[in-house]
Design a protein around this ligand. Sequence first.
Ligand SMILES: [Zn+2]
Length: 396
Amino acid sequence: MTIDSSASAGTPTARQSSLRDHNLGIVLRTIAQQGELSRAAIAQHTGLTRATVSRLGQDLLDARLVSELASSMDGNPGRPGTPLVLSGDRFVGVGLEINVDYVAGRAIALDGTVIAEFYEAHEASLSDPVEALARLTPHINLLMATLREHTVVGTILGVPGLVDVTTGTVLVAPNLGWRSVQPAGILGIDIEVMNDVNAQGYAAAYESPGKPRGSDTFLYVSGDVGIGSALVSDGVLGHGRHGWAGEIGHVVIEPDGPLCGCGGRGCLECYAGKRAILEAAGLPPAVPDGVLETLLDDGDDAAHAAVQRAGWALGIAISDAVNMLDVSDIILGTGLTPLVPWLRDHMMSQLEWRPLASEFLNFTVQAAPADSIPCSTGGALLALNRLLANPAAFIS
Ligand SMILES: [Zn+2]
């Protein structure tokens, strides 16, 4: 439902202002979803009057949240038929990430343009957090210098571990070897911290700020050495109470199975983690990208058995998630992405019968969108989508 401020004449100033703020967000998000829209089309989409849309459109133009496309019809800017688009001139979201073997970051403007990004290979497994985070500092300084003409609406760092999102504390990051680390304090800048797989999952949900990519409700499963997941529901991340939801890598497949890094036994990671798959395929842990896929293409028995076992375990763990969460679209990210063509059928062989609702669900198993640093993309998009949710808070 939309609320038209033109219907609120005579109400107190505060209420008018909150209606205006509310409608400002509706107009901005409608433009974001549709890509480009004339004022008349915005009025049609939102139910707001043409006069209200005209006024709000001018506010958005003044704040450089939107810009006018050159009119293709008559070249006369400002006419009602001139479409409005999100502007890349002012507002930027920044996503950063630190992982066991690299640091990276990406700055995305409100119109979806990547303004700057970096990637540096950097060994940080079992690292000192101060030393490891110091590797980000020169990159952040350069990024912020590039963005000095822009307004940064948020900077979000993704970390592979349990993060208390309320305090920005990395409680434990097993592969980094960190416990109780507060990156904002160490870096000396105002940043938020979140779990890296949650950020990756968010990146899979949006093709640009405010514009959903396809299904807005899905389970994203990311697999490298460890396996994690993110539930995106109606375009919103399900963090759980503390931000710890989604540790699907430690869902138990076989209670007496192999010992897992978490101390448990038979966790999903023991079957579908990168090391587990490579080992089962008879490959060393440091094998170059693409070798496993080549073996699969060539019909290698051990490679196929390894992927069959991984797909079986993923199918069981995801069936549990389907029972709990009522989700049917599955997206496989990072190290699992290139294996989707081989994993899909083995996963489906479990999904087709295990979940109670399986006969009523049409499962999809898809590869995540191509992106070398999806965690950074997700952090930047999350910051920008908060701006779209309440633009008045950023321009008043
Ligand atoms: Zn485990």
